[in-house]
Design a protein around this ligand. Structure first.
Ligand SMILES: NC(=O)c1ccc[n+]([C@@H]2O[C@H](COP(=O)([O-])OP(=O)(O)OC[C@H]3O[C@@H](n4cnc5c(N)ncnc54)[C@H](OP(=O)(O)O)[C@@H]3O)[C@@H](O)[C@H]2O)c1
Length: 288
């Protein structure tokens, strides 16, 4: 069997065009341009690439974006002061602080300092709580990207057994929350695995939908996949030869799965797209 490929690039492009249309209508109706402000601390090369991609995507969708660059040496209180200024700025609808932060700055404290109404990454405890009780203010970008990929590929989640490898606050945990909720894109039976899970292969082989979010090249091998299952590879790892690879051994998985996301070109493009959606959401709240 050869799995069908879930083309994240194509689906993200389709969704970005839809968002651009909604941004244009919003701007026409309210004369407000939704605006995202990113804060980048230090010179981490990967973070610089991510931020550039996010800014380019904003411009293409008709959103305003700006970047505040701060040196590695910035103090926590200066950073918190910057965030507070953005919290108060009426023309700013989304704030994101690119992680990781340099040593000596508490990411936890910084993320809590962002006003929840502008927390487009959906990392603030208030927003995580709202997600957990099924009344989300924002949907977290990577998990929402996964759900959107499944929906737009016609993969039924209702009643499906979803097995998620990884329980981080950024991917595994919020994805589990989303997929177990009642309603569209949810209604799944969710198992979450982590480094203390026993008999991992036995668990992953039960999955109708298997999500890999571990951050280890070669983690999911063919024998861990139930024939015909949908495999979503969230992992982004640099292999020894510098290539971007996921957590799944693609060549094995593609022979066993029913559908699979590639890396690159799977989940990655969706994450940035959902950030655009959240910035528009943030702006909509100001006119209600
Ligand atoms: N495509 C995108 O847009 C996107 C966005 C975000 C992240 N990512 C990628 O997704 C991957 C995961 O990111 P993350 O932030 O969630 O990583 P993370 O915070 O490091 O979490 C990794 C998770 O994997 C689990 N794990 C580690 N070794 C394991 C093992 N041997 N068996 C079972 N579980 C194991 C960990 O378990 P414990 O909790 O027990 O330690 C943890 O829950 C990374 O490659 C990251 O780059 C991609």
């Amino acid at each position: 069997m050869s799995a069908s490929i879930i083309d994240g690039k194509r689906i993200a492009k389709e969704l970005r065009e839809e968002i651009a249309g909604r941004v244009a209508s919003f701007r026409g109706e309210h004369s407000i341009q939704p605006k995202l402000v990113a804060i980048l601390v230090g010179e981490d090369p990967a973070s610089q690439v991510y931020i550039r991609n996010k800014q380019r995507a904003c411009e293409q969708a008709g959103l305003a974006s700006s970047l505040i660059r701060l040196p590695d040496s910035v103090s926590q209180s200066e950073l918190l002061g910057q965030i507070e200024d953005l919290n108060q700025a009426p023309d700013v609808h989304g704030i994101l602080v690119q992680l990781p932060l340099p040593e000596g700055i508490s990411a936890d404290l910084v993320l809590r300092a962002i006003r929840p109404e502008k927390d487009v990454d959906c990392f603030h405890p208030e927003n995580v709580g709202m997600l957990a009780i099924g009344t989300p203010r924002f949907l977290p970008c990577t998990p929402a990207g996964v759900v959107e990929l499944l929906k737009r590929s016609g993969v039924e989640t209702r009643g499906a057994h979803v097995v998620i490898c990884g329980r981080s606050n950024i991917v595994g945990k919020p994805l589990a929350l989303m997929m177990m909720q009642k309603g569209d894109g949810g209604d799944a039976t969710v198992s979450v695995c982590h480094s203390r899970s026993r008999n991992l292969e036995e668990l992953t082989r039960q999955a109708d939908i298997l999500v890999a979010a571990v951050g280890r090249e070669g983690f999911i091998t063919g024998s861990m996949i139930r024939p015909g299952a949908t495999v979503i590879d969230v992992g982004t790892n640099r292999s020894a030869n510098g290539k971007l690879v996921g957590d799944v051994v693609f060549e094995e998985a593609v022979e066993i799965a029913g559908a699979i996301t590639p890396v690159p070109g799977g989940v990655g493009p969706m994450t940035v797209t959902l950030l655009l959606e959240n910035t528009l959401r943030g702006a909509r709240r100001t006119v209600r």
